[in-house]
Design a protein around this ligand. Structure first.
Ligand code: DGJ
Length: 723
């Protein structure tokens, strides 16, 4: 709900359990008054008196603007007294960059504003649009705030309008700014690398600017476009925190600036390093959306709000709760070295085990026997696959399986027919030898004709073959940021235009093939973000499938993304990434906490493991609805203790599923209590595997003991209400 109080000039936005209060002060600046626990509308006057007046520049006297440096701003500008990081820098023709934004008007309307060409919240809710005007240029800024009655998430973005006739250049155009009051905060971030994506890291927020960013053209393995500010004392299920998450997949920056007086400025959006966007007279620039999530129930409360929001507003509605196929992917089974016989052996076995879909990974097209050639040539390699894709699809059909196929649409190999025909289609700069990543170059997706071409060739494969699943991979980041097709003054738009090209292709392919289920991937989980989830309901979480490493990666990922978004596979041991051997049961248990599948040569499995696979798939089909729709409670942090343990509870609290894993065994170890969470205290439950019956209250407060297990042992518990 959004309430405007004419007398106070305040806006009170509410959703879930939060209130967000803004007010136009006497000098006409829009300032933040409160972001936190839900308050009454009648409290707004008190909040303005208590919070706002201390900072409010309320006259036009000479020193008024210096007060901007302390004022909790909603979108900060540059060069007029606020020395904190600005949200916006606009360079004018005369070389001036300063701006100062004052309230001009506002509108309140139903729904979410359109963000053309970019992923966005899909609908419902109500929006406040506040227009601010620069008092020294023709710039107008429209701040959008959308709230939903039941959601703990607030969505923001910004429209920047050049109302003049002279062009200007945006050097920085963040999506939001939020100044929080003084406090002792820690910053949570999700960092890592290939095969170690989204490890959580929490550290006290130090004075100055803390910056999380990607310069890679993708959201990256290294730093996820998510962060959370935790108030002192915030833990998994109690305390206050603020989540910040971009609905964007390209280069980004998120910053948290702690001032000398302890207040914190959170802001972020499109990466400003290298960004220069020219805005002609009358033109408008629209930033990506950001999700802000307030929780007073710890990080657990925050992540459940985020999961609900991503499922309700980001993921395709026709796919979000659709049963995910249990699949087998041939990548780790064969890598590039396959032929019909090898694939048929996997397909035949998959059918025996209850697998739904066979996904043919990299290497089926062009001349591609290793990663040095073939990308861009999206026609089947008949030498490798006798009878082409049709033969493999026929085999799948005969065995009752569906067929999925791998693409890497954004890439081109120098050794490819496509490159020989269009060497200028690769991202590079004449006279500069391009840096190769995984022996490949990136197609210039800022150019519409190239996106059109890829749409045509990938679309042809999808049209001519019975394909139900696509894995869209992306295995390198961008260098030599330059487009032969852009004029010099627009080269600074490259990175943003590139990701718009990716979104365009994803939008067109998913619309043209509505029955194809798309999985995102980027050399593992190198582009795991809310932007990609708009098109691809699930994303390959990491190339590391070692069941202990994976538990940690999935734990980190779950801070910002629902379990249903994570593709999780059982792979062979010794594990290809870590060399470690972990039992088949534990690999299956960890992989059941997501969209599950297998990534190994089924035909080489022992009889015993085949039986285990059948049992795992049958067990998964019992709980997959919980994975798609349930609430996640995280019981034991693998980064802190000896156990990983997560629990999913159905919305009506009648069922739950627990998965746990022990790290290293220790002789004579003492027992550790495991309290369940999320159950209804009044209800009685039975834990099937333990044959225990007790109330939700007892299970969540007294708890039980962690099972005593050897290295990397695991358990799964099915919990049902006893009526
Ligand atoms: C990286 C992906 O993460 C893998 O699963 C696999 O698809 C390879 N690329 C294929 O090149």
């Amino acid at each position: 709900m959004i309430v405007y109080n004419e007398k106070l000039k305040s806006f009170h936005l509410t959703g879930g359990r939060f209130s967000y209060v803004l007010y136009v002060n006497k000098a006409g600046f829009l300032q933040n008054v409160h972001y936190g626990a839900r308050v009454q509308e009648s409290d707004v006057a008190y909040l303005i008196g208590y919070r706002a007046s201390a900072y409010a520049p309320d006259s036009e006297d000479k020193n008024c603007d210096m007060a901007l440096n302390e004022m909790p701003s909603e979108y900060s500008s540059y060069g007029r007294g606020d020395y904190r990081e600005p949200s916006l820098i606009a360079l004018r023709r005369d070389g001036a960059r300063m701006s100062r934004l004052r309230y001009a008007s506002h509108k309140i309307f139903d729904g979410v504003p359109a963000v053309k060409g970019m992923p966005h919240a899909r609908g419902g809710g109500s929006t406040l649009a506040v227009t601010l005007k620069d008092d020294c240029s023709a710039l107008e800024i429209v701040l959008h705030y959308t709230v939903w009655e039941e959601s703990g998430v607030l969505v923001r973005n910004v429209e920047i309008v050049n109302t003049g006739s002279e062009p200007l250049v945006l050097e920085k155009a963040f999506s939001f700014c939020c100044d929080l009051p003084e406090g002792e905060y820690s910053l949570l971030r999700l960092c890592g690398s290939w095969a170690r994506e989204r490890y959580p890291e929490t550290a006290p927020l130090a004075h100055g600017v803390t910056r999380l960013q990607s310069l890679r053209g993708a959201s990256s393995h290294q730093v996820n476009p998510f962060t959370a500010l935790l108030q002192k004392g915030c833990s998994e299920e109690s305390g206050v925190c603020y989540g910040v998450q971009l609905i964007y997949s390209g280069s980004f920056a998120l910053t948290a600036e702690k001032t000398p007086v302890g207040t914190v400025r959170l802001q972020g959006g499109i990466q400003d390093i290298g960004f220069l966007f020219s805005l002609g007279g009358g033109e408008t620039f629209v930033t990506p959306q950001v999700m802000l999530t307030y929780s007073n129930e710890g990080t657990g409360g925050m992540l459940r709000s985020i999961h609900d929001f991503i499922r309700a507003q980001i993921v395709r509605p026709d796919c979000v709760y659709k049963r995910r196929p249990v699949l087998v992917n041939n990548w780790e089974a064969t890598y590039f070295d396959f032929d019909n016989e090898k694939l048929f052996a996997i397909i035949d076995e998959a059918a025996q085990l209850g697998i739904d879909t066979f996904v043919l990974d990299d290497g089926w097209f062009g001349k591609r026997d290793d990663d040095r050639s073939g990308l861009g040539d999206w026609f089947v390699n008949q030498n490798k696959l006798k009878g082409g894709l049709q033969a493999v699809i026929d085999r799948c059909k005969q065995r009752g399986l569906k067929f999925g196929l791998w693409f890497e649409p954004e890439m081109i190999s120098e050794d490819s027919d496509l490159y020989r025909a269009h060497p200028d289609w690769a991202v590079k700069k004449e006279g500069v030898k391009p840096v190769c990543g995984r022996n490949q170059l990136v197609l210039d997706f800022t150019r519409k004709e190239i996106v059109d071409y890829v749409f045509g060739v990938v679309g042809k494969v999808l049209r001519e073959n019975d394909i139900s699943y696509v894995k869209w991979d992306m295995n390198r980041n961008i260098t030599e940021v330059y487009s032969a097709a852009l004029p010099p003054e627009k080269q600074g738009e490259f990175m943003h235009r590139y990701i718009l090209g990716v979104y365009d292709l994803a939008e067109r392919l998913t619309a043209a093939f509505p029955n194809v289920f798309f999985e995102g991937c980027a050399g593992g989980g190198g582009r795991f973000d809310a932007g990609m989830l708009y098109y691809f309901p699930q994303i390959w979480t990491s190339d590391d499938t070692d069941a202990w490493e994976r538990a940690k990666i999935q734990w980190g990922t779950s801070y910002a993304y629902p379990l249903s978004a994570m593709s999780c596979h059982v792979s062979v041991c010794p594990n290809h990434q870590t060399g470690r051997t972990i039992s088949f049961e534990t690999r299956g248990a960890v992989a059941s906490l997501g969209a599950t599948g297998y990534e190994l040569d089924l035909s080489k499995m022992t009889k015993e493991d085949k039986e285990k696979t059948k049992a795992q798939i049958a067990a998964y089909k019992e709980i997959d609805e919980l994975i798609l729709k349930g609430d996640l409670y995280r019981l034991s942090d693998p980064f802190e203790g000896k156990y990983f343990c997560e629990m999913v509870v159905s919305k009506d609290k009648s069922r739950a599923y627990v998965v746990g894993e022990r790290m290293l065994y220790m002789p004579c170890d003492y027992d550790v209590t495991l309290c369940l969470a999320g159950l209804d205290g009044e209800k009685t439950y039975r834990i099937r595997e333990l044959n225990i019956t007790a109330s939700g209250a007892a299970l969540c407060t007294v708890g039980l003991k962690f099972p005593r297990l050897l290295d990397f042992g695991s358990w799964t518990w099915h919990i049902e209400e006893v009526r």
